[in-house]
Design a protein around this ligand. Sequence first.
Ligand SMILES: C[S@@+](CC[C@H](N)C(=O)[O-])C[C@H]1O[C@@H](n2cnc3c(N)ncnc32)[C@H](O)[C@@H]1O
Length: 242
Amino acid sequence: MADLVSGRVVARTLNPSAPMVQRNVPRKVALDVACGTGQSSRLFGKYFEEVIGCDVSGTQITEAQNTEKIPNITYKVAPADKLPTERESVSLVTVFQAIHWFDQQQFFQEAERVLVPGGCLCVCGYAAPLLSYKDKSEKLTDIVNTLVLRNRYRDIHLPYEEHERDDSLSIKLDLCVDDIIRYTSSKSFFSNYMRQYQDGTSILEDLRKSLMAELAPENIGADEKVIHAEFPLFILLTRKPK
Ligand SMILES: C[S@@+](CC[C@H](N)C(=O)[O-])C[C@H]1O[C@@H](n2cnc3c(N)ncnc32)[C@H](O)[C@@H]1O
């Protein structure tokens, strides 16, 4: 699935026959902004001579460096408004599941500085999961989605005239109730809630109870991966003019 995402992005942006390209842009350097622990950067390793992942958090960068070592991928501490690359040196700038944290105008100015003419910017995110289990799909999805509200980046105005949006991909997984609780507790909205109200464990317990109550008639355990989850992906692509 991961390859499908990076393959789609590369195919739509930097291939000679791609709709976003007038002339082939060499696949030399890709810059993955707000790379976290590098899982988005690693998607592009096989398509570029060099991939640079950067993130404002030193802790995330250390974890990325200690995860899987791939020779053509390096990681640097840098914020989105001060990218760690030279002017007109990058063919593809990506940002996965992070642009909502930035000052977007400053980030777009930096992307403009580092992109080669004809280079592409890709903004990607994924929405809260659609859950399905027998006739309980709508109810299970409603329970989880009360906590996660996203507009799927429909309010983001990309900086260049040539742009497109792709909503056709999704990540599909089989999950148990415990997985859904772990997923929820790892999300930033949950950390924010914890910072504000401290007692975040009670919303996790409530969530768990609601999901278990819905599955109770079926006698399903919290560790049984019977719930099918689909995380809709949205990919926004745009190209700097030549
Ligand atoms: C949800 S993680 C996404 C990580 C990675 N792109 C992925 O898809 O797995 C969001 C990341 O954005 C980073 N971040 C937030 N604000 C940032 C900023 N202004 N500049 C650079 N990174 C930032 C955080 O440190 C965090 O690692």
